[in-house]
Design a binder for this molecule. Structure first.
Ligand code: DGL
Length: 271
């Protein structure tokens, strides 16, 4: 159940910076909401770790957010949403993930129902997108492929770089060979590669970004529970990271679309 106080913040977390693309959409749709964001920058990437480890980290961060009295948690990480959402749904507040909204957006964006999915090894290994897409549209054909090099390339700022274009051509080749008309960007970092991926995939392939659809889910959920904050107020965001706040502030603007207020260091070992 949702705590009665609509003025409580929304908790958002990711393995690192990428979840800021979801924060950007939530802020755009729900400007009156306060947000507490946690980026587990000390332990990123999650996408190459085991489901058990990812679940343990995700629960740890969620307990921190619950202690901070958030009214809902948004898992702004495809990897956590893919492997840990069921565990997190046992928490006493609403938890929103990015897979279901992304799957819905893929169905809406595909005419042929031939859909490609790219993500981290953990996300692709879970087949969470494929299952969700085929739950909505059982006749959909889905091809998935892991793209582990994209996260470090984005973190390095190589979003428009010859190396990234070459890597993208290699990764996408087998998926594009199936004649897809929609490609799910199943990782928080990939929206920053939209130009490169769009050029490689070609104009007839629509790129699906779940951030917008996720923010819509959060809005609908909070509205139905009568838990939306006053939209006329200016919501505030607080950022916590588990490693250097300085590098988060430096890179974060790229994800958020504008400058970041300073982040605070969170020591998980002290929790
Ligand atoms: N946030 C992760 C995701 O969306 C990407 C980075 C990582 O591997 O932790 O899958």
């Amino acid at each position: 159940m949702i705590p009665a106080n609509r003025a409580l913040p929304i908790g958002v977390f990711d393995s690192g910076l990428g979840g800021l693309t979801v924060v950007k959409e939530i802020r755009r749709r729900l400007p009156g909401e306060d947000i507490i964001y946690v980026g587990d920058t000390a332990r990123v990437p999650y996408g190459t770790k085991s489901p058990d480890t990812i679940r343990r980290y995700a629960l740890q961060i969620s307990f921190f957010l619950i202690q901070r009295r958030v009214k809902a948690i948004v898992v702004a990480c495809n990897t956590v949403s893919a492997v840990a959402l069921r565990a997190l749904r046992s928490l006493p507040i609403p938890v929103y993930g990015v897979i279901e909204p992304g799957a819905r957006a893929a169905i809406l964006g595909s005419k042929s129902l031939r859909v490609g999915v790219i993500g981290t090894p953990a996300t692709v290994g879970s087949h969470a997108y494929k299952k969700a897409i085929q739950r909505y549209a059982p006749s959909a054909r889905v091809w998935e492929t892991a793209c582990p090099l994209f996260v470090p390339l984005v973190e390095e700022g190589w979003t428009d770089h010859a190396v990234t274009r070459q890597v993208a051509r290699d990764y996408l080749k087998p998926v594009l060979a199936h004649g897809i008309d929609a490609l799910v960007l199943g990782c928080t970092h990939y929206p920053l590669l939209k130009d490169t991926l769009g050029a490689v995939a070609g104009a007839r392939v629509r790129l699906i970004d779940s951030a917008e659809e996720t923010a819509r889910d959060v809005e609908n959920g909070l509205r139905n529970a009568n838990a939306l904050n006053d939209p006329e107020r200016a919501g505030r965001s607080q950022f916590f990271v588990t490693d250097h706040p300085a590098s988060f502030a430096r890179l974060g603007g790229r994800f958020l679309g504008k400058g970041l207020p300073s982040a605070r260091r969170l020591a998980f070992e002290n929790l």
